[in-house]
Design a protein. Structure first.
Length: 760
């Protein structure tokens, strides 16, 4: 939201007050209060009839400083984000007429000599951002008397801003206006399903605005040298998070808001959906599953979309017995084929559902102020919305999930959760509906995830969620929402996903082939390549079945190859997933997250790193041509064995690929344990039969090995000394065949001992 008219004037209809100086301050162990009036105090009479901002400075964890700006100290209704606040003791000093408040290497510095008010945030003594004079604002809209609080943090000349959730607009957010408010708007507009009031910059820090309601960001837009954020209300809290590396910023942010849970290994395999408005029954479902088996395409999860329940009855948690007369038997038969079962659900209860009367009578829905259920006809006729602030309503909802899991269901797709009312909406616990609008998805997905944890145990829970807010990374996996079967939408999906993954989330998926429209065979095959090189992989669509033989025979070959390729790489991918769980660094990551020293990587949003060692560049056109960027070093395309020897300046590569290949490059010194014979994503990784070493350089290198539950077993180590290479595979349960990639030559060795030296 903009409050100014150009650089010099306030916007007509707004009164803006700014802190002018530090008048006084109080120092406590884990809190410093600074008092900043709205004009300079020259005599006693200046303290009368004057407003003031109270600034609370805290540190929830080391290297994170929180600033809370308060005009009127009023009671604040919930909800609030749950933070891991360790109440770090602050180091304070007053030298050179400055109040310095320090946590780890990060400090906030205020002038206390009566000079113009500002806050400088310094890391190791160097300013990384600052709130300059008149940046903070206490603002009143004169016509409506609405009140706002504003902050502006400076950015440098070459500073770039990323994040703010899964945004489908430009990857670099400079120049954009962004409202953090959940919307169900598809993947081709400025609206977003997953809005996160957290941004990260290329200058060593991030900023998290600790407000669950709508936060309005002006990113180098209203003021080209500042990031502005504002809310309606009387107080505003934000945290400056120091890195200095982008990975460390994300690690600190997720230490504060929660680490991503580790999804089960099976969830990384291929998911096949019934799709949305297609006709399906047990016969159709089994035909698809058997069709994949007949064509030697490994499948791990089968998903039943909305019409497993009757139309107009969503959500009833009751199988449509006309199409599925024996759901428990069907699930059992699917399990017998080695697959998991996922079913669609949401938190909206239609008036025709068997649950509506119960929910209405017991007060389990969001209400109007007159006591009636808050209803509308959008999506389902007369639907009510489950009120997860009511513990009884939450348990009622969870009981139906428990019944489904007792029937054999393994996972849930938690759709919707964005269109939550803010006008005349009353919650059981008295929550502020404006703060609940974004936060609702957290309660919704937590309820579902908790049932999965309860019934399946740690490490076996996986949802497939569309909406998210701060902390929702604890309930993976998330997918990108309703995209189109077009190359532009495929690129939108990736750009939005990379933005999302820079916002504290670890795992992400998208509808392979696009959700809307009929997909062409061409785009189906190209999107299949991309989808099977994403964290999680699901075929889904609206009006047509997304099985490959519906397109052409080559689509079958492409699907088979890239599913098998992903399963082959699972020892590497699952170790990287465990690292994501440990650190908060996403499995799929923008190039600049891995190559922050390379400025050429800062704007790249059509390629990414899959873990720390694999570069993926999807193809976004019918011609099969691609131009992508490689940072310095030796890289090997693991599909074609082509080698790229790139100088330290990096290089742009232009190539053309058929449907069975694309740029999938391993960086030098990659150690990949693989299993080309894998039929599922969940297997004994320590017994994988092949070990590939790519362009090894002098010295010692290692690759961690985990099991299929995420337990760390140890490391494979490789020592290169001249023409000799010593491999220690003690951690493995079986000796793999060794493949050493030296240039374009691949040398094969049969390892007989757990520690063996071979001559190159």
């Amino acid at each position: 939201m903009k409050f100014t008219n150009g650089y010099w004037l306030d916007k007509e209809g707004f009164e803006v007050n700014n802190p002018k100086q530090v008048y006084s301050y109080d120092i406590h162990d884990d809190n410093v209060q600074v008092f900043a009036p709205y004009k300079k105090i020259n005599e006693r009479g200046d303290t009368l009839n004057l407003g003031m901002t109270t600034i609370d400075v805290t540190s929830p964890i080391k290297n994170v400083i929180g600033v809370k700006l308060t005009h009127f100290d009023q009671l604040q209704k919930g909800p609030s984000f749950g933070l891991n606040d360790q109440h770090v003791s602050l180091e304070t000093s007053t030298e050179d007429n400055k109040l310095k408040i320090q946590s780890g290497d990060l400090s906030a510095v205020f002038p206390v000599d009566g000079s113009d008010f500002k806050i400088e945030f310094k890391a190791n003594g160097k300013v990384i951002t600052k709130s300059e004079p008149n940046a903070e604002g206490e603002i009143t809209e004169t016509a409506t008397k609405k009140h706002y609080m504003r902050e502006q943090l400076s950015i440098g000349i070459d500073e770039l801003v990323y994040g703010l959730g899964e945004r489908f607009t430009s990857f670099v957010k400079n120049g954009q206006s962004v409202d953090i408010t959940q919307k169900d708007g598809g993947t081709g507009s400025e609206q977003a399903y997953k809005n996160i009031p957290f941004y990260i910059t290329n200058k060593g820090y991030g900023v998290f605005v600790n407000q669950p309601e709508t936060v309005s960001f002006e990113v180098a837009s209203e003021n080209t040298s500042r990031v502005q954020f504002s809310i309606e209300g009387e107080s505003l809290e934000y945290f400056v998070i120091y890195g200095p590396t982008p990975k460390k910023i994300l690690e600190n942010y997720t230490s504060l808001t929660g680490k991503p849970a580790l999804p089960p290994a099976w969830s990384f395999g291929l998911w096949l959906s019934t799709s949305f408005t297609t006709d399906y029954s047990e016969e159709t479902v089994m035909k698809f599953i058997d069709g994949m088996k007949e064509r030697n395409i490994p499948l791990d999860v089968f998903h039943f979309d909305c019409f497993w329940m009757k139309g107009f009855e969503w959500t009833s948690f009751e199988w449509d017995k006309d199409s599925f007369p024996d759901p428990k038997g069907l699930i059992s038969r699917i399990h017998d084929k080695g697959l998991k079962v996922c079913v669609w659900l949401n938190s909206y209860i239609s008036q025709k559902s068997r649950l509506f009367k119960i929910g209405k009578e017991k007060g389990y829905f969001i209400k109007h102020s007159d006591g009636n259920v808050w209803q509308w006809d959008l999506w389902q006729a007369g639907q009510g919305i489950v009120d997860f602030t009511n513990p009884e309503a939450t348990e009622w909802y969870k009981d139906y999930l428990r019944e489904l899991m007792d029937m054999g269901v393994d996972a849930f797709k938690t759709d919707f959760g964005e269109r939550i009312p803010v006008e005349d909406a009353v919650y059981f616990d008295g929550s502020d509906p404006k703060r609940m609008h974004n936060y609702y998805t957290y309660l919704y997905n937590k309820a579902v995830f908790d049932v999965l944890l309860e019934k399946k145990g740690e490490g076996e829970a996986a949802v497939f969620a569309r909406s998210a807010t701060v902390g929702s990374q604890k309930f993976p996996v998330h997918w990108g929402g309703d995209n189109l079967s077009r190359y532009t939408s495929m690129a939108d999906s990736l750009r939005g996903g990379l933005s999302f993954l820079l916002s504290g989330f670890g795992f992400w998926s998208h509808d392979i082939g696009g959700f809307e429209d009929n997909a062409s065979a061409d785009i189906y095959k190209r999107w299949t390549q991309f989808g099977l090189l994403s964290s999680h992989s699901r075929y889904h669509g609206n009006i047509e079945y997304r099985v490959p033989w519906n397109y052409d025979e080559e689509a079958v070959d492409v699907t088979r190859k890239f599913v098998k390729n992903k399963l082959t790489l699972m020892p590497y991918l699952y170790d990287e997933a465990v690292r994501t769980h440990e650190t908060g660094v996403p499995l799929m990551r923008p190039m600049f997250l891995e190559f922050g020293e390379d400025q050429n990587s800062y704007h790249l949003d059509t390629q990414y790193m899959l873990g720390s060692n694999l570069l993926v560049a999807p193809i976004f056109n019918e011609e099969g041509t691609i131009k992508y960027y490689i940072s310095g070093g030796k890289w090997t395309n693991i599909l074609t064995n082509k080698v790229y020897d790139i100088n330290n300046n990096g290089e742009w590569i232009t190539e053309k690929y058929d449907y069975l290949n694309l740029p999938l490059l391993a960086r030098e010194n990659s150690i990949l344990l693989t299993n080309p014979d894998a039929e599922h994503a969940d297997y004994d990784y320590a017994a994988a039969p092949e070990l590939h070493l790519y362009q090894m350089t002098e010295g010692t290198h290692s690759q961690r090995v985990v099991d299929n539950k995420g337990n760390v077993l140890g490391e494979i180590t490789v020592d290169v000394n001249g023409g000799n290479l010593t491999v220690d595979t003690t951690v493995l349960s079986a000796q793999p065949k060794l493949f050493v990639h030296v240039g374009t030559e691949v040398k094969e060795f049969d390892l007989k001992d757990s520690k063996e030296t071979v001559s190159l």
